[in-house]
Ligand binder design. Structure first.
Ligand code: BGC
Length: 756
């Protein structure tokens, strides 16, 4: 009876608290309506409830399992485990999937079961579900998957990337999930790293532009996130993408000057554009794991960048401060370090010691309650913004566009705009439909090589999990070329299979399309010891080239592959990246000229495994004996061919003398002088000739992608504040030093002088 009365009183207090938070209350002390609502709920919470909100559990914990620990199929949740997570431990968040995709129906069912369980808690706070929908709704059987980030970057088309974000958000919500652990904002400056394909490439401006575009797509434009959008989670803050050895989650030594010059700005931009959450780098930088760094998580992220959203750890990363990093002598000390550094939510992911230790630490006065309140308020604010209190389970009938034709076409278009033509000699491409084509190679007839990890399973390696109605390269080529397309595998990733047969079939063909690549893994499992195409793929290309037939090399991979030894044997080279479920069709349409390629490399393509460098390298990286220099690209950053020709004419700059507060206006006209409609990426670079910190040879400062019909011309205008030519000085402050700068678009160069 007493308990019943208490429940009624509490329900009354909670309803009054929420109802009294109207818009008029907002803003008086700088808080918004969502923060005020969060405060009102927070004021009702006890310590267990607060710590519960800070805990994120994997769905795996709740799945029914067999004796060997593998989930029972079809997947189902164990009601007692759901109770344990939601009702007993009051966990505020659930994330992820099994190692294999759920069906749409399962997603909806699981989200419903979890949210329904919150009704049996005192405050009925909804759970926030997070997932890695990093190129579409990964982990959902049959979903449309878009190009991985590296391919998205190659489109150089932020509007298109925003659309990918919108469609992904829509499909995520259709599954019941309102929180997406994406985008990766780390720069991909070392192709050895197993997660290179998850980046927007090596350049800071390209990364920040694409990062903000996809965040806008995920979150929409309103402060309240509607039922068709999700919260973005920028990751992995900071410096994760640049481990010294190239191996995942190993030590990184990145001077603060470099962190601030290259790695911090995309996060700063994302914060400015309203990103609602952030995931921390699992690794250590300069001797401190990021999860224990008060400097980066609080001083910089909160005080300097002004981030107000939720900071979530990566997988198990608090306990790993103890177990892997040896910076805490116990799990409990690790909790103390991470929470005091500024972590809001711990992806634990499958035990509740975190809660026990955090409670003890608060009671011992080692973690202040104010620190807990701060985190819980952020988490509740996010839940209010996402509308979870009003509608923890979406109206699933409202998602008619889920996985629709519209989304498939977007996927194909995105893949088409990403695919990059790197070589095309003797006009071999586009192929004519009546040409006899031999399609071969390990990656020609399989969907996994088009998608990579984070697809229908974590590592993405099981071909049978892919939607078989989607076309492989071979199938897509056959759809266009019909009987004129023949197939022979020739090699798999281990070695040659039926190469002799392939060679004799090649003799009867007009052209060979040889598909090469690698089977990517991700995180530690994706570490590589050798940077080369696996198996005998080089030998395969050589044997095919020896037939004397024209050879088109098609690469499906998440990094630039080392192809220098075989590239001269090929008439054409095409980079597909990891183009997603519609990638086979996209490639066939490019090969047959139904679409004009317009992708440009978002990274420098090294000629050799030991010449890893970036376009914005230092002068010393190319001045030493050419043959030994670190910068020896096979193809340069920003490079990519078209089936048409573009002529750049009439470059203009408004002045030649500028002060640091001025703006530079640059104009150039581009004309399509070929016969096919096409798209061109106009790229503006700037070089600071002499500076107090050795300057890079050039930096991308602006770009624009335009479409041109044959004979059409357009004038592209860039507005470049002189401040954008600055760099981080030795005192770690951004500075524009007076002196001469060279601006460059295509082959045009013009010097300007910046005064004091
Ligand atoms: C990855 C994160 C991911 C998380 C949740 C981790 O292993 O590093 O990028 O968001 O798992 O799936």
């Amino acid at each position: 009876m007493f308990v019943f009365q208490r429940k009624i009183i509490l329900f009354f207090v909670l309803s009054v608290a929420l109802a009294s938070c109207n818009i008029e209350n907002a803003g008086k002390d700088g808080s918004n309506i969502y923060e005020i609502k969060a405060d009102s709920v927070l004021s009702l919470m006890n310590l267990d409830e607060k710590i519960g909100q800070m805990t994120q559990i994997t769905i795996n914990y709740m799945l029914e399992k067999k004796e060997d620990g593998k989930p029972v199929l079809p997947f189902r949740l164990v009601p007692d485990s759901v109770k344990s997570v939601v009702t007993r431990h009051l966990s505020g968040s659930v994330f992820g999937c099994a190692r294999r995709a759920f069906t749409l129906k399962q997603w909806r069912q699981f989200v419903k079961e979890i949210q329904t369980a919150t009704k049996n808690t005192r405050l009925k706070i909804p759970v926030i579900y997070g997932v890695d929908a990093i190129h579409g709704t990964t982990f959902t059987a049959g979903a449309v998957l878009y190009p991985q980030e590296i391919g998205q970057a190659a489109t150089w088309n932020p509007q298109l990337v925003e659309k990918i974000g919108e469609a992904t958000a829509y499909d995520c919500r259709a599954t019941g999930v309102p929180w997406n652990f994406s985008p990766v904002l780390g720069l991909g400056r070392n192709p050895l790293w197993s997660r290179f394909f998850e980046t927007y490439g090596e350049d800071e401006l390209l990364t920040e532009t694409m990062g903000t575009a996809i965040i806008n797509g995920y979150q929409g434009n309103d402060e309240k996130i509607d039922g068709k959008h999700v919260a973005a989670c920028m990751k992995h803050y900071l410096g994760y993408s640049f481990p010294l050895s190239g191996k995942d989650r190993t030590q990184a030594w990145i001077p603060e000057l470099m962190l601030r010059e290259y790695f911090l700005p995309p996060f700063r931009k994302a914060v400015e554009s309203g990103a609602l959450s952030l995931m921390v780098n699992s690794g250590e930088v300069n001797g401190t794991p990021l999860h224990a760094s008060h400097y980066w998580l609080t001083d910089v992220l909160r005080d300097e960048l002004g981030f107000k959203g939720v900071v979530v750890t990566d997988f198990m990363d608090i306990i790993l401060l103890h177990k892997n990093h040896h910076i805490a002598s116990s799990y409990k000390e690790a909790v103390e370090k991470a929470i005091n550094a500024g972590v809001d939510m711990s992806m634990v992911p499958a035990d509740f010691h975190f809660q026990r230790y955090l409670k003890e630490l608060v009671n011992e006065g080692k973690v202040p309650v104010s620190r807990i309140d701060e985190s819980v308020k952020r988490i509740l604010t996010l839940k209010f913004k996402l509308g979870l209190f009003e509608k923890p389970v979406p109206d699933f009938d409202n998602y008619a566009d889920y996985n629709s034709r519209k989304h498939m076409e977007l996927g194909r278009k995105a893949a088409e705009e990403s695919i990059t033509l790197l070589k095309n000699e003797n006009g071999i491409l586009p192929l004519k439909e009546n040409m006899k084509v031999l399609v071969c190679g390990p990656t020609a007839d399989s969907l996994k090589y088009l998608n990579g990890p984070w697809s229908f399973s974590w590592q993405g390696k099981k071909e049978e999990y892919y939607p078989q109605r989607k076309n492989t390269i071979r199938e897509a080529m056959e759809i266009v070329g019909g009987q004129n397309v023949a197939y022979c595998q020739a090699a798999d990733l281990d070695g040659l299979t039926d190469i002799d047969k392939a060679v004799s079939k090649a003799a009867m063909s007009d052209v060979i399309v040889a598909c090469v690549g690698e089977e990517h893994s991700v995180e530690e499992l994706g570490n590589i010891n050798e940077y080369r195409l696996p198996g005998k793929q080089y030998e395969m290309v050589k044997r095919l080239a020896a037939t004397g037939k024209p050879l088109v090399l098609v690469i499906t991979a998440g990094r630039p592959e080392i192809i220098t030894a075989v590239e001269p044997l090929c008439d054409a080279v095409i980079m597909c990246y990891l183009p997603g479920t519609e990638g086979g069709d996209a490639l066939a349409r490019i090969v047959y000229g139904k679409v004009n390629p317009s992708g440009k490399l978002p990274f420098t393509w090294p000629a050799f495994p030991a010449t890893i460098s970036t376009y914005d390298h230092k002068y010393t990286d190319e001045n030493i004996d050419g043959k030994q220099a670190p910068y020896q690209p096979l193809y340069e950053f920003g490079y990519g061919l078209s089936y048409t020709d573009f002529e750049y004419i009439n470059p203009e700059i408004n002045d030649s003398l500028f002060s640091p507060d001025d703006t530079i206006y640059v104009k150039i006209t581009v004309k399509n002088t070929g016969k096919m409609p096409g798209k061109e990426v106009v790229q503006l670079y700037a070089s600071d000739l002499y500076a107090s910190v050795t300057p890079p040879v050039k930096r991308l400062r602006a770009f624009d992608k335009i479409s041109l019909l044959p004979d059409e011309e357009k004038t592209v205008k860039f507005r470049l504040p002189v401040r954008n030519l600055g760099f981080i000085g030795n005192d770690l402050v951004e500075v524009v030093e007076p002196g001469v700068f060279v601006l460059q678009i295509g082959k045009f160069r013009k010097s300007i002088r910046v005064t004091e």
